[in-house]
Design a protein. Sequence first.
Length: 947
Amino acid sequence: MVYLLAAPPAWAQEVSDTVTVGIVADNKPYSFNEGRGASGFSVDILREVAEQADLKFTFRAGSWPEVYGAFMRGELDVIDGISFRQDRAEQILFTEPYHIRQTYLMHDTQNPVGNVDSIEDLQGLRVGVVRDIYYRDALTEKGITLNTYDSLHSLIRALAFGWVDVIIGPQLTLQYYANEAGFRFLAIAGKAPLGDLAREDFRIGVLKTNEALFNRISQGLAEIPDQRKRELLERWQEFGGASLSGSGNFVLSPEQRRFIAETGPVRVGLMRDYAPYSFESGTRIQGLTVDILNRLSDLTGLQVIPVGGQWIELLPLFRNGEIDILANMSFSPERSAFTRFTEPYHTIPNVAFTREQDLSLNTLEDLKGMRVALGSGIYYEQPLQEALGDDARIFTAQDAMFEALARGQVDVVLAALPNGNFWVRELGLPGVRIAGELILDGLPGEDLRFGVRPGLAPLAGILDQALATISAEEIRTIEDRWLGASGGTRQPGTGKANLTEAELAWLENRSNRVSMCIDPDWLPLEGRDANRKHAGLSAEVFRLFAERTPIHFDVVPTDNWQQSMQAARERRCDLLAMAMKTPERSEFMNFTEPYLEVPNVVLGRIEAPFIERIGDLRGQKVGVVEGYAFAELLQTRYPSMDLIGVSNEQEGLRRLQNHELDGYITTLATASYYMQELGLADLKVIGRIPADWSLAVAIRDDEPVLLGIMQKLVSSLTTEERRSLESHWRNIQLKQTVDYTLIWQLLIAGALVTALLIYWNRKLGRLNKELAVANETLARLSVTDDLTQLGNRSYFDQEFRKSFQWCQRHHSGIAVAMVDADHFKKINDTFGHEAGDLCLKALADTMRKHFRRETDRLSRFGGEEFVVFASYEDSDEIRNRLETFREAVASACNICGHNDIRLTISIGLATGIPGPEASPAEFLRQADQALYQAKQNGRNRLEVRAV
């Protein structure tokens, strides 16, 4: 971008191919300086015009008075973003508008403002506007009390922090700044009731003395397709200017593939108390970061072992090389000495939570004299301690900080905004407010990255390459799931929905009737019964809603989901009873917070192998119901997957059974139901998709009052009601039926095949034996560790998955034990690596003596770590064998061939019967966590975890 300089007029009688264009600087997202060039929605439109008109535009930027003055003096050929006025038209030629900037209201979806049809409806609300905005007087003349802010950036934060109830500004700009800050819970509430003041036209202007140039520009603008203009608008409105499709298909180079294969499974540290980014729920860690990590794993093929802990535990483990990647890590110069950082995948503001009503945080000076809580190891720990001294209170756990605030032991808690909101809701803390954002000189804020240990430095580049491949639409879907209205958390409902007078009046004007569409073929979640009445879980939900309000919900009849979606798009129904939010649907619908989460699975035929990740289905025919949310998501994520659309669940299952499909993606609930209803005993669950169905109520986007009503109804669901809804589908039992005709056919065919095989095997027996010996030798060498002669990591990867899948099919228990030689580094440093190698060989020999059964599998996992895994009938028996093994190692006087070396081992054991949703990685993670616990508890011990 070139800034304004005095220049002679650029035009002449003939149009020059190079044209100077004046744009307004710092006018996000329309025009602004980014890196070396101009950027923004208006700039994208201008570039399209230049391409269509075969012109070359040179952008010059400045304030509006500077740009307008230079244009009128003839120093610029063209001016952008100019509105038509009659007095201007005396000297300027105006194109048709390429954009109408509308002034809108924005609110917090967790505290919706309801319907605003007139300025008077804003009375009693805290209304935020930019200082000296042109419609300020129109509001104050009607008695509206305004809170004014210096910029739209500050205005957005005021709404996010709860300082105002509603803000007014340009729609595109408000959504841009809200999305840029990660405030997915902020949404447009409707048009501002400002009449003609709410509308501003964006045109391109050329002086009348250069009509030839004007004609070329006008023609170029007219040739831009309307669809292209909508795409550019969506790009800036929803995705901050990012490419909607990502950077193309992700392909690893041969060197990168080899590096991933040689690296094997990596341990990734994830905070278990950092909601909604990573937090423990039951036995697994979930959150926004986990979804991003799963996506990277799927793209790269990298095997991940999650290691949960608190930041104060994870950072030392990472520095010592005991974990390979640390998630949720912010860049700092100090950390770069021992970390290779990826690019940021998310940025978040850190704010001050307090009960002090008069506190306003602008600088660190405002915190002087306050007892301030902050997390141990956080990137701003050192400057806060230097500024506040003993008043800076360091905590190792996130929840402990907020509990201290509740007890009055601290005055302020500094935390990431979404994480702090989570703990305020989780702990039910009343009277807590946000005093402001923590902004420190030289520290840009909390940018979330993946930190990679230096020994795996190439991995950071691979992860960056994969991050760049994830499309903006997919990132938004993940952010919406965790940072939307629910923020990944919710307060327990009370069973009541207190509607305002305005909401009741809106219902009364419609005779208390609301139309809705359902999926007629999605039982047990949703469908129609034998009498064609609304049935399933969503029917039960709306029965509760009808009891709490005067609303009568009318079901619009449709034959399938595709018709229901079309009816919603055409406004023939006011809402969808059960739908998942997607970018395409968000173009015409708003969504409540989800009221149900249902696992997403892949079905296959009974002979199909289990899959570790959805990427294993690339190149195969995979069915999914047309119009379903995951069809849109999967098409974006896996362009190489051959997705086949089906009209309903029954068709998809039948086509899978008939070998027309290799896999079928659906929910666990509906799969269980229809496999039972149709008697499909030859299908099974072969994999789990990391992202679940987050099902909400979808409301037409031109009825904000109805959105507020439905959000209140969803929020009213009590904890007991939500549990009951979840059990509604989980209690379905899959009863298998036997097709005896098929069995007889298979037996006869099997007998014929057996006879042929006997003949063929006798003929080729000698050659097969020779070939088998050669293959066996090659196979053994490729999966054997040279030092210990146990299986290597490749052996572990192959055999552990096979054993795990066998246990899944036969409902058998599987045990996996991580074995680590205690203080092995000290042995190497003291006695040399040769002695260390002797120790490892002796340890492997002892392991072989104690684990000789046919189902026992042994491998060297890496360094001084080994893995034992086996199926079992009695978990106590496998535990006793491991204890005996541990004691044998500890009691040996010279196991390493050296009397001065005393070797002990720590063991982490995970046991359980893997269900259809279980994964080998989860069992390995639990074993790794148990090993970590064994080390923490003094080493030379066995710790056990049941999965």
